[in-house]
Design a protein around this ligand. Sequence first.
Ligand code: CP
Ligand code: NVA
Length: 303
Amino acid sequence: MSTRHFLTLTDLSSDELHQLMARAIELKQWQREGRIHEPLKNRVLAMVFEKSSTRTRVSFETGMAQLGGHALFLSPRDTQFGRGEPIEDSARVLSRMVDAIMIRTFEHEKIELFAAYSRVPVINALTDQYHPCQLLADMQTWFEQRGDIKGATVTFIGDGNNMCHSYINAALQFDFRLHVATPAAYKPDPAIIAAAGERISLFEHPLEAAKGADLIVTDVWASMGQEEEQAKREKEFAEFQVNSTLMQAANRDALFMHCLPAHRGEEVTADVIDGPQSVVWDEAENRLHAQKALLEFLMVETG
Ligand code: CP
Ligand code: NVA
């Protein structure tokens, strides 16, 4: 079987993703019980970070340690990645030494090129276009709180970039309705929307998008690499804040998620993110458990 990669949620089948959710919940339970589970003994994950990270780095590194393996942190500052070695060459060399490679970078095409030349699984740990690992954690959190998400209504408020695109993929793979509210100039990619079919509805007004929602999700207004647009975006996204008025437009028992880091007072108010409907700390913790299930899947089950 050819090497499996995880560049977007569509690299796994819907059945495989559901199995992964069940396994993530089981691995979390085992971790709570102190049960040792080391299927990745002597295996090495290379972690290439071209952007900053707290959760992704710590969850992958801890996950590999808990599974009995090892993780290598590689930054462009002190490797040849930052000095222009061709991506194809880096992929061929790294993949002859390690057992899987996790990459956080800018253009999605870079990770696709890397994967094309890699002998081992490549995992997308965030590109400008997608953040599939975050969706594994978000879906696990929903499954723990509410059971299957099939048929639920999710509302994404904010920028139509990486998190929004991965929510669109998730709507297809997990079969839920997705309302997306963005400023007109920040809509998600039409090709990504088209692949998810009629499950996706675009809105201009966040309050309209929130009606009937079982889950409200948002993300920062200026993503990594867009720092110089911060002031401009604060103006353009001002109406797209998740606050108590918006939460009241959703269903009474709606949950709130945010991939973090959050900017209180910008995309979300403190009373919402720190309030009773917010599950952001479980969501952050589940990065660890969901990615352990992913690592096991890619390196043991299909490796
Ligand atoms: N949510 C997320 O990916 O966080 P980090 O940028 O801290 O890894
Ligand atoms: N959209 C954000 C997500 C961070 C986890 C970014 O790309 O910076």
